[in-house]
Design a binder for this molecule. Sequence first.
Ligand SMILES: Cc1cc2nc3c(=O)[nH]c(=O)nc-3n(C[C@H](O)[C@H](O)[C@H](O)COP(=O)(O)OP(=O)(O)OC[C@H]3O[C@@H](n4cnc5c(N)ncnc54)[C@H](O)[C@@H]3O)c2cc1C
Length: 494
Amino acid sequence: MTAAELAPAYDKRQDLLAALAAILSPESLLSQREQTAPFECDGLAAFRQPPLAVALPETEDQVRRVLQACHDLGVPLVARGAGTGLSGGAMPCADGIVLSLSKLTRILQIDPQACIARVEPGVRNLAVSEAAAQFGLYYAPDPSSQIACSIGGNVAENSGGVHCLKYGLTVHNVLGVRGYTIDGKPIAFGGAALDGPGLDLLALTIGSEGLLLVVTEVTLKLVPRPKLARVVMASFDDVVKAGNAVAAIIAAGIIPAGLEMMDRKATNAVEPFVKAGYDLTAEAILLAESDGTPDEVADEIAQLEQVVKAAGATQCVVSQSEAERLRFWSGRKNAFPAAGRVSPDYYCMDGTIPRKHLGKVLGAIEEMEKKYSLRCMNVFHAGDGNLHPLILFDANQPGEWERADRFGADILELCVGLGGTITGEHGVGIEKINSMCVQFAPEEREAFFGVKRAFDAGGLLNPGKAIPTLARCAEYGKMHVHRGQLPFADIPRF
Ligand SMILES: Cc1cc2nc3c(=O)[nH]c(=O)nc-3n(C[C@H](O)[C@H](O)[C@H](O)COP(=O)(O)OP(=O)(O)OC[C@H]3O[C@@H](n4cnc5c(N)ncnc54)[C@H](O)[C@@H]3O)c2cc1C
């Protein structure tokens, strides 16, 4: 039976609270409306839902027992890390509980010989690098939210960041995952070694958005801190030229340690409070980092300067100290909060396109700004082709959120149309569930459901997220676009 089928018959709140009270200390079980309110949404605050209760286990065994209790009572459960997700993945179900992993914050082991760290899921991303620093090591995936987001959330979302172009996403930096299925059974994939016996299901769990298991321990790969890192900041008088410069860098065989782009609206929003030193007259800036030994960095920086100048850069500044490098990045890392300075609300999109289309997409977004009468700031993990348009709106103005929502859906469909994807790193959650109908055929979505059923036959873990049902797609009325080819392209669309 699915969670949805169980829901109408579910009137067991008291039984549930009694079962949870037998497992958790009183301060680890929140059930009053004012206590659960902070858990109603994640970073996508437009979608909210109060849960029946919030469980904050302090031990792995309590996690197991909470899962078992929910399973036995047929209660849906949504795992939560730090709640910084931007796709509504940790938004609760009305008839279910939130299982917060925020008290499981132990770094269990750092092995400098093997270059690994074993951590609990509530450990903050940045805390891993801080703990590994004494051994000259760090954890490469660095979401801009790394000061707050948890490793459990990173695993569930397959998070990326500035350094992922060179060092890979979460999936390339996680060696092992341990956790529990909804019925409280332990499950473990991968390990400290590079390969292991059995089917390789590790990658399946990474990016599974809390639908398959609750992660309680993660083994992470650590990499040596480079001896030196420097950033080239290049200005362009045209966003399309900046987009083309990105493609030119990669085509020249350079894989920078980070390759990010911000348009003028983004630099002008961020500069007044971060004072990163950005060129505010430029239509777009590129930040390209080189890391390695001093000789390697010198060579690569020279190559980068040559390529961006040939691509039309009007100005090129190279960081002269570690403090200046960090200052250049701090502007980029604060771009999302900066949107909050210039607009009451913003909606952060996350799509991916082949890099060569960056210029084309920017042009199309400009047209959409006119169509929806809304402004949009653009920030990109440009090297990965990962777009983060930030649509600015005011939720208090009637109709603005609906326009922002449609604007966002148009951007995602454009990404699919150009051979890209509807998510680069923020996951599908509830936000992009309709867009999944555009990206995947019914047979592909059924294969996803098959995997879901193999782990969670009752559909109790994070129901209604990430994979749309056939009925939902029929209601949304969208067709599958395969490799950018819309079926029956000559039929007019409405
Ligand atoms: C300002 C800002 C900047 C950001 N920048 C980036 C960026 O550069 N790159 C990027 O990738 N993301 C970015 N994000 C998005 C977000 O920070 C990431 O998706 C992050 O990985 C979420 O981690 P979290 O701990 O907050 O997870 P949550 O939001 O709490 O949860 C996210 C999902 O993970 C599931 N989950 C959480 N913990 C577990 C667990 N232990 N077991 C199973 N499932 C679990 C939840 O059910 C949910 O589906 C940004 C967000 C903000 C607000």
